[in-house]
Design a protein around this ligand. Structure first.
Ligand code: C2O
Length: 534
């Protein structure tokens, strides 16, 4: 195993897109940021130095961080922010994972421009469990705002109004042409007869996305750095924070093919509905040859999303067994939704809040991991409820009850190595939306999913405990539920939140604390000496 060292300098960079120029926060002047390459088992050292006037932290989304929660990155959860002029060394080992992940800023909305790919190759000499591709290509999907993104979120927070939507979707940092502003869009160059491994990442803040290439099916082989059974499809559905590796065979002779990216939102409120235009271009294609076009699914094509998600299965081979917990120590049922709270300074006298089991999470001012490690009292309370306060029935008229939210920095405590079943129930109250939920510190198995109310008596009988897909982020369907299982084998403080940044901002988040185990390798390592203070 090697040590992979990276220098990440946070700097301001002037960038022009959609015919307007603004200064954005980047790593080393790059957008998207630099790719981290490593092999399974490697140690990764990233020295982050903050040269801007914003506080910064970076999260290595999906990296398990076994016993190294100090390097996980969410601001005020596992660390205090890295202040202007300060630096911090993120130091972790890539254990038991290989595939594609992403890294992104985890404070305010800075991840709009601070994000990039993590490529974890198998250990030397270990082949992929699928035919070796000729080439590998990273495809990072995102959004672009012409306005300053920090101003967008600040305005939303102050007024209580929904934030402005983005102005375009982007592929590897490039928008397509929009009316009045020509732009070639990103082009993926391919050679006829070759096979490509596409490492597709959704780095968007607020949009779940469809991805499709005209005239080509692709075969999904891995999601969230866990291998899957090969799944051939013409459309990928990918939520923010999720990653998908897919094989593309360049089986045409020449030509230019549209690569389209469009948003999914099953109840369309306000969304950036500009389809990103990128192209697949075969070597030898004559200049100006017209592209082969395609259309992505309708914006509210819920069946496409559920078919895609339901067909994903973990590889579950001898070499890569799916170790699904078969027994459950903690059975949790979390309603996830959006409510309304009074707000004196807000335009309408009220503001939207996100709530899990009617609790809207309040960000602490001391990092929770430090509070946990040093037993600092008064920072969080141990009383996050396992169930919602009112029995929930989304078909019934219980809106008023479900709109009542409480606040708090509340955590749910798990004993080391206990097993957890968590049913995430979409409530459809106020903003009926699918919620991409992300759990830090673990991979989980998606053992069940459905529409309507979760039926605690009958639905578990249908759970897939054999080869459920393993991931770190799951889209919980509107008016539906997803059941996940994981083993609490990672001591520390772990964030669970909606990966739509607007919902995280509104409080749709909570925290698990996993206590140390008794064994020699079962406790959180001590904090690094350069850990920032709050
Ligand atoms: Cu990718 Cu807590 O986030």
């Amino acid at each position: 195993c090697k040590v992979r060292r990276y220098d990440f300098r946070v700097v301001l960079t002037n960038t022009t897109k959609l015919c307007s120029t603004k200064s954005i926060v980047t790593i080393n002047g790059k957008f998207p940021g630099p790719t981290i390459y490593a092999r399974e088992g490697d140690n990764v050292n990233i020295k982050l130095t903050n040269h801007v006037q914003y506080n910064v932290t970076i999260h290595w989304h999906g990296v398990r961080q076994l016993r190294t929660g100090w390097s996980d990155g969410p601001a005020y959860i596992t660390q205090c922010p890295i202040r202007p002029g300060q630096s911090y060394l993120y130091n972790f080992t890539l254990t038991g994972q290989r595939g594609t992940l992403l890294w992104h800023a985890h404070i305010s909305w800075l991840r709009a421009t601070i994000h990039g790919a993590i490529v974890i190759l198998p250990q030397k000499g270990v082949p992929y469990p699928f035919p070796k591709p000729d080439k590998e290509k990273i495809i990072i999907l995102g959004e672009w705002w012409k306005a300053d993104v920090e101003a967008v979120v600040n305005q939303a927070t102050q007024t209580g109004l929904p934030p402005n939507i983005s102005d375009a979707h982007i592929v590897n940092g490039q928008t397509g042409a929009v009316p009045g502003c020509p732009s070639p869009g990103f082009t993926l160059h391919v050679e006829s007869g070759k096979t490509y491994l596409l490492r597709i990442i959704n780095a968007a803040l607020n949009d779940e996305l469809f991805f499709k290439i005209a005239g080509h099916n692709i075969t999904v082989v891995e999601v969230d750095a866990a291998y899957t059974k090969p799944l051939s499809t013409d459309t990928i559905f990918i939520g923010p924070g999720q990653t998908t590796n897919a094989l593309l065979t360049a089986d045409k002779r020449v030509g230019k093919y549209l690569m389209a990216v469009s948003p999914f939102m099953d109840t369309v409120v306000a969304v950036d509905n500009v389809t990103a235009i990128a192209f697949l271009r075969y070597k030898g294609t004559i200049a100006f040859s017209p592209p082969v076009l395609t259309t992505t699914p309708a914006i509210n094509a819920t069946p496409v999303t559920s078919t895609f998600m339901d067909n994903l299965r973990s590889l579950n081979s001898k070499k890569y067994p799916a170790n699904v917990p078969l027994t459950v120590d903690h059975s949790l049922y979390f309603t996830i939704g959006v409510g309304i709270d009074p707000c004196a300074t807000c335009v309408n006298g009220s503001k939207a809040v996100g709530a899990i089991n009617n609790i809207s999470f309040i960000m602490p001012t001391t990092a929770l991991l430090q509070a946990h490690y040093y037993s600092i009292s008064g920072v969080f309370t141990d009383d996050f409820p396992a169930m919602p306060p009112n029995s929930f029935n989304y078909t019934g008229n219980n809106t008023a009850l479900n709109l009542q939210t409480n606040n708090g920095t509340r955590i749910y405590r798990l004993a080391f190595n206990s097993t957890v079943q968590l049913v995430l129930q979409g409530t459809t109250i106020i903003a009926p939306e699918s919620h991409p939920f992300h759990l830090h510190g673990f991979n989980f198995f998606v053992v069940g999913k459905g529409f309507g109310n979760f039926d605690a008596d009958n639905d578990p009988k249908k759970f897939n405990l054999a080869d459920p897909v393993e991931r770190n982020t799951i889209s919980v369907p509107t008016a539906g539920w997803a059941a996940i299982r994981f083993r609490a084998d990672n001591p520390g403080v772990w964030f669970l939140h909606c990966h739509l940044e607007v919902h995280t901002t509104w409080g749709l988040k909570m925290v698990f604390v996993v206590d140390n185990g008794e064994g020699p390798d079962e406790s959180l390592l001590p904090p690094p000496s350069d850990l920032p203070n709050c």
